[in-house]
Design a protein around this ligand. Structure first.
Ligand SMILES: C[S@@+](CC[C@H](N)C(=O)[O-])C[C@H]1O[C@@H](n2cnc3c(N)ncnc32)[C@H](O)[C@@H]1O
Length: 865
């Protein structure tokens, strides 16, 4: 192929080149927002004090358009496979494209610090890639793979926090502010690392005994470490709870994460400052309640987002110093709650896309202070992590800009001014915790240089702040209204024991209605552009106390911080707008409103309950029998989502821990909005012998290894696969099965209903080398691969570089026949092609649903990008 360029009537030319040299804006075709803001510039010039040349580079970078970035996601093997296409198929074409001046377009480059080259960026703006014909194939690839969840259009700095979590399979993880979910997706992938290979390796040990044909042993099976997550036959046992206080964004999160088909994911909808304690089944020999503590927590908190001006150009005109000030308290509360919910030895990663220390270092110091100081919580040194990522150390001293844009050097300065001018009332929104601590106080010497600041000019990104905290011991957090100055150790006076102070308060009342803390988040600009809409309905606020009997309980591993919130009688009594305790909503769950037969209703939306099925339920028995399921597959983790607890449309599967959590917390008012993978869907069947529950493609990766050979078809030929992908209802009646080469006889002979199509390439064709298991429906006359339309299209593009439309034979036939009927008035034409199995209507319904979510996918991609 010759050189292509986008010179021509639509073209604007220019651009290209990474870092610094980019002409920026040369491709733009939308109104330019003036990139200046006096207050913003004055504040950060005063604050950062960068050397002159660097300061210029800093502001220049902020004013340039952000490079386009994306991440290959899903299981590692699959992600690497999709990445290979970028390198082998698309980059060689992109480098042939020229700018107006004849210079070549800069191709996408791998982000140097991202493991396995799974993150990429390029300077050619999105609108150019979208519009200009030479990029059409690449654009199709990006859209297709984004749509099926193999590519996440994510900003590179936003990829950092999950990489610093040191997350390993088997861990319990909480993402407190997770929507729209790009980081949560990274976390979920880490929980599942190695699972596929572990399961296959474990199954292989019994393959002969169980009559399973698992194909040739793969390298990843040979390499995988079974001990990485050893307790559930190779399946992932970890947990991710992805939470967001905004209900609608919570559902975006569900959509974003569902693609990863994880049985280890729960999505909740709580204010993170009051994230409830999750109950676990008690130990059989103990009467004590047991609560979940997390190994890792991500607190990617709502923030003013001034590090995102490169993609949110409106921030140049909208930026106000008050946004950061208003979020400070919420950010501290979220971080304190995170530290409370953590196991000893566990880690919280705290992050914002703001550069303002009020939202960063000041929050870290305040949270550590409230948790009892550096003896309890340590800032982790990450200098040996992601070494190729350039960063600045956290600040040890800083200034504050108040709402009126006045800059303050210290709290003392604020107090003096207030005493002289406003009867001691400090200027709007400025509070003591926003400032560096005074020398001699407990938290004056925290190693804040271990916090990480990423500035835009350092590697042509947005700005980001990240800190990793480790919990060293259990503690009780100090009440946030305890404003007594901490006596300096230097003066030889001991600071009051935080633990003791709180223990005393536990003697007070046993029941209390906790009031909702201030929801400053509601009207603030937040990170990643989307507005924060804190969902704070009065119905959510009512609390019940289902604690024990009001007895004081010891501070131990199981019960730490799980006591009912007690009213703390201190001289700094909380206002009605503040939580009554430093540990809100610990053992005091939110009373869930019950309506319509017990279903919790929020914003008019009914959340269906989670009901587990007995392994001896007749439908489960029928499924096990029909699919010849190995007895090694757990049958006590099937769940439905309706009040009756009877399978109606779908049967879900969850991990054992998810089951325990969902069962144990039923009726506790915890707002679970998603959990479980759709494993079986109800289906019209042609006869009583055919199981009416087909395997859903989402559940297939989990189940497929356990399906008995009588319901498995092994496919090895690429062309056979092409036919099944591009034809929606290929005929097999008469002699038509012969078209299906190596699987022809098998599809002719196998019983009707759903079966597993195992795609097992021999590994010689790089485009067709990935093993897959897909649900295939066999009818009297035809076959149908039960996949959403866009999954088929993405596979056709990925494996065959084929963009031709799907062929719906039955539809053609039906249309022709209808025409024939009209033309010839012939009666009795055989139009019932779909009546013998998967109906056209069903396929259409599925497609429609998928189309509906397409809009959502674009929305999410736009937000992440
Ligand atoms: C910076 S964004 C999170 C981005 C997300 N971690 C990601 O990577 O896609 C902040 C999120 O916090 C949510 N939020 C705001 N206030 C909250 C609160 N008090 N509790 C929980 N979530 C909150 C917002 O709805 C928003 O989705």
């Amino acid at each position: 192929m010759g050189k292509k360029n986008f010179r021509g009537k639509n073209r604007r030319g220019g651009g290209g080149g990474r870092g610094g040299g980019q002409s920026g804006g040369s491709f733009r075709d939308y109104p330019v927002v003036p990139k200046e803001n006096e207050k913003l510039q004055r504040f950060y010039d005063t604050l950062l004090q960068l050397p002159e040349e660097e300061n210029t580079a800093y502001w220049d970078a902020l004013k340039r358009e952000l490079p386009n970035s994306f991440r290959f996601c899903g299981s590692k093997g699959h992600a690497l496979n999709v990445k290979r296409l970028l390198k082998d198929r698309y980059i060689p074409e992109i480098i042939k494209i020229e700018h107006q001046d004849g210079s070549p377009v800069a191709p996408p480059l791998a982000v140097p610090w991202y493991p396995d080259e799974l993150a990429w960026w390029m300077t050619t703006p999105k609108n150019v890639i979208r519009k200009f014909p030479p990029f059409a194939a690449f654009q199709k690839f990006l859209v297709s793979e984004t749509c099926v969840g193999n590519i996440s259009r994510q900003e590179v700095v936003s990829m950092i926090p999950p990489l610093l979590m040191d997350l390993r399979p088997g861990m319990t993880v909480l993402d407190m502010c997770a929507a729209p979910g790009s980081k949560a997706a990274q976390l979920l992938e880490l929980i599942h690392v190695g699972e596929e290979a572990r399961v296959r390796k474990t199954l292989r040990a019994f393959a002969q005994e169980d009559g399973l044909d698992l194909g040739v042993e793969t390298q990843d099976e040979i390499d995988v470490d079974l001990e990485a997550d050893p307790t559930d036959a190779g399946r992932a046992t970890g947990l991710l709870i992805a939470n967001d206080s905004d209900y609608k964004r919570g559902h975006m999160l569900v959509h974003q994460l569902k693609r990863l088909s994880s049985a280890n994911l729960i999505v909740t909808n709580h204010d993170a400052t009051q994230f409830p304690s999750i109950k676990l089944p008690s130990d059989p020999n103990s009467t004590k309640a047991k609560y979940l503590k997390f190994d890792r927590i991500l607190a990617d908190v709502p923030c003013s987002g001034d590090g995102t001006v490169r993609k949110n150009a409106n921030l140049w005109k909208d930026w106000q110093p008050g946004s950061a000030l208003g979020l400070h308290t919420t950010q501290i509360r979220i971080l304190v709650r995170a530290l409370q919910l953590l196991k000893v030895g566990g880690r919280v990663v705290f992050s914002t896309c703001s550069m303002n220390p009020v939202e960063n270092e000041a929050v870290v110091v305040s949270a550590i202070e409230r948790c009892g100081g550096p003896d309890n919580v340590e800032i982790v040194d990450c200098s040996n992590k992601l070494v190729a990522l350039k960063r600045y150390p956290g600040m040890k001293s800083w200034k504050i800009m108040d709402k009126s844009a006045k800059i303050w050097n210290s709290w003392k300065e604020v107090e003096d001014f207030a005493n002289e001018n406003s009867e001691g009332v400090p200027p709007g929104r400025v509070v003591e915790t926003m400032f560096p601590r005074l020398e001699g106080s407990d938290c004056a010497d925290l190693p804040l240089e271990r916090c990480m600041r990423v500035y835009p000019h350092m590697q042509d990104t947005g700005a980001f702040f990240i800190t990793v905290l480790q919990k060293k011991t259990d503690f009780r957090a100090r009440n946030e209204n305890d404003r007594k100055p901490t006596p300096a150790k230097a003066n030889g006076v001991e600071a009051p024991s935080v633990e003791k102070a709180t223990e005393e308060t536990t003697e007070e009342t046993t029941e209390e209605a906790i009031e909702k803390p201030e929801t400053e988040t509601a009207d603030k600009v937040e990170a990643e552009t989307a507005p924060v809409v804190a969902d704070t309905k009065a119905e959510d606020v009512a609390m019940t106390d289902e604690s024990t009997n009001g007895n004081k309980r010891p501070l131990d591993e199981e019960e730490t911080e799980e006591q009912p919130a007690k009213k703390v009688k201190t001289d700094a009594e909380p206002t009605s707008a503040e939580p009554a305790s430093a540990e809100p909503a610990t053992a005091t769950p939110v009373a869930q409103p019950k309506q319509d037969g017990g279903k919790p209703r929020r914003n008019g939306i009914v959340e269906e309950p989670f009901k587990y099925l007995s392994p001896s339920h007749p439908i489960i028995m029928n499924i096990k029998e029909f699919y010849h399921l190995s007895t090694r597959f757990p049958d006590d983790r099937y769940m439905v989502r309706n009040e009756m607890g009877e399978p109606a449309k779908a049967i879900y599967y969850t991990s054992a821990l998810l089951r325990d959590i969902l069962k144990e917390n039923e009726g506790r008012g915890i707002k679970f909005i998603h959990g479980g993978v759709k494993m079986y869907m109800k289906q019209d069947a042609p006869s009583a012998e055919v199981c009416r529950w087909r395997i859903q493609s989402e559940g297939m990766p989990i189940l497929q290894g356990y399906v008995g050979e009588p319901r498995v078809i092994h496919l090895r030929n690429k062309e056979t696969f092409h036919k099944l992908l591009i034809e929606m209802f290929p005929r097999i009646s008469g002699n038509e099965w012969e078209r299906f080469d190596e699987i022809g006889e098998r599809v002719r002979d196998i019983g009707m209903g759903c079966c597993v199509l195992r795609v097992e390439p021999d590994g010689t064709d790089p485009d067709f080398n990935e093993r897959m298991a897909l649900p295939l429906w066999k009818s009297i006359h035809s076959l149908n691969l039960m996949l959403p339309k866009e999954d088929r299209a993405a596979m056709l593009l990925r494996i065959f570089n084929d963009t031709s439309p799907l062929i719906n034979i039955s539809l053609h036939k039906q249309k022709n026949q209808e025409k024939t009927v009209e033309d010839n008035s012939t009666e009795g034409a055989d139009v019932a092609v779909e009546a013998d199995g998967v109906k056209e209507t069903e396929e259409k319904a599925e497609t429609k649903t998928e189309e509906k979510v397409e809009g959502k996918v674009e929305e999410i991609a736009a937000e992440n990008a």
